[in-house]
Design a protein around this ligand. Structure first.
Ligand code: PEP
Ligand code: CO
Length: 447
């Protein structure tokens, strides 16, 4: 079947809401189709070039952000702290790990959530599940859980203003390496981490002074003064993605202009289903989550469908098997796929295979399990002689208490202190930086 923006509608589709008002849905889709694209296709091509380098072992992908963005918790401060923590992690990775970092946020569009069940039941009351702020409301009452197409318009506008601020931070001087000491988030109180970060900052400052003396300054070298943060989200809600898909006037190709990079979740990666079909037709870099049930044949079929030209930088497979399973499943898989010669950027999502419920009913993740899955991922790559190209995280620049363990050893009892996530538990700023240093040490072994 030939691909068009709306040809996905003829395919089997999972994880979509049921909109009661179809007339309003059509009206919203038409309105969204007339709004400006959020990103420019040229930026997407630049990202693809950078991801090609990560595929070839010349750089490393750092992708991270909220599990789900929210309408009610929307603040400039949270965007700034997310920006800062991504910068700090990327500095740790570049300087200590020795690779240039491709920075991709789960931000400015990460609103739609796949759910394990279509319904949620509390005390005998059964309502449709919350599917993310772009679809319905989190409050547990009948009215809140109705899918409202107008939320797509709100999500679009929030994404536009988030992107606007991120672009301002990235280009307006905040990311200037001379300002590196100002990126400190002020939460890092564990002495060894703080010391390592301060040492790094002082080294970088000395290097910059030396470069300055040689005439390499932020005036003549934009890389010192600016950075690029790309955006990404799960392309789950296809009416929204379709409405933001546009033809690029320079190449005549289709790009999904809701974000630079899109991914397909573990629950919607069926090779003959709507999500894979839809993303096969746009030129953006595409991620696919690979859970413990994926087979070699599933992966090869995904490669054929999503990357028929075997282009490096197009396809990112995001492994999320869980610390206890990765060692049994992934080595064989990686070995078998290796012999097929496919251009794949392999990255690790150590979050989604390690989610547990505590006895006091919090969804959490143990920091040590997260570290274990990352370490295994790197070791398995080392054994196969393949480069581990990236990491995919749920994290925040705030001092939340959602994952247990880490720098402050957050206990189960402390989770309630600042448990703010709209969906899954995120690494807090300390845990994120601690993880970045660990990854930097692991990366050095691939130099
Ligand atoms: C996610 O990344 O938020 C997510 C739902 O992941 P997965 O599809 O891997 O479960
Ligand atoms: Co999640």
């Amino acid at each position: 079947m030939t691909w068009t923006k709306d040809s996905w509608r003829k395919y089997n589709i999972k994880q979509q809401p049921t909109y009661p008002d179809l007339k309003e849905l059509k009206r919203v889709e038409a309105e969204l189709s007339n709004l400006p694209p959020l990103i420019f296709a040229g930026e997407v091509r630049n990202l693809k070039k950078e991801l090609k380098k990560a595929t070839m072992g010349e750089s490393f992908l750092l992708q991270g952000g909220d599990c789900a963005e929210s309408f009610s918790n929307y603040k400039a401060d949270s965007i700034l702290s997310m920006f800062k923590v991504i910068l700090q992690m990327s500095i740790a990775l570049t300087y200590a790990g020795g690779f240039p970092i491709v920075k991709v946020g789960r931000i400015a569009g990460q609103f739609a959530k796949p759910r394990s069940s279509d319904f949620e039941e509390i005390d005998g009351v059964k309502l449709p599940s919350y599917r993310g702020d772009i679809i319905n409301d989190i409050e547990f009452n009948e009215k809140s859980r109705v899918a409202d197409p107008n939320k797509m318009i709100s999500a679009y506008h929030q994404s536009a203003s988030t992107l606007n601020l991120l672009r301002a931070f990235a280009r307006g001087g905040f990311a200037n390496l001379h300002e590196i000491h100002r990126w400190n988030l002020g939460f890092i109180k564990r002495a060894d981490l703080d010391e390592r970060l301060n040492e790094l900052i002082s080294d970088i400052t000395k290097t910059l002074d030396f470069m300055n003396a040689c005439g390499i300054t932020s005036e003549n070298t934009p890389q010192i003064n600016e950075t690029t943060l790309y955006t990404s989200h799960e392309a789950l809600l296809l009416p929204y993605e379709e409405a933001l898909t546009r033809v690029d006037s320079m190449t005549g190709d289709y790009y999904d202009c809701s974000a630079h990079m899109l991914w397909i979740g573990e629950r919607t990666r069926g090779v003959d289903d709507a999500h894979v079909h839809f993303l096969s037709g746009v030129k953006n870099p595409i991620g696919v989550k690979i859970g413990p049930t994926a087979t070699k044949d599933d992966i090869l079929a995904l490669c054929d469908k999503l990357n028929p030209e075997n282009e490096a930088g197009r396809l990112n497979l995001i492994v999320r098997m869980g610390a206890d399973k990765i060692g049994d499943i992934f080595p064989k898989m990686l070995r078998e796929i290796k012999s097929e010669g496919r251009m794949i950027l392999w990255s690790i999502d150590p979050m989604h295979g390690n989610t547990v419920k505590t006895s006091n009913n919090y969804k959490t993740r143990e920091f040590n399990k997260i570290l274990d899955e990352v370490k295994s991922f790197f070791e398995i790559h080392k054994a196969e002689g393949i480069y581990p190209g990236g990491i995919h995280l749920e994290m925040t620049g705030e001092d939340v208490t959602e994952c247990t363990g880490g720098a402050f050893n957050i206990t189960q009892e402390r989770l309630s202190h600042r448990y703010e996530t709209q969906c899954d538990p995120r690494l807090n700023v300390n845990q994120a930086i601690e993880l970045a240093f660990l990854v930097a040490d692991l990366l050095k072994k691939f130099k």
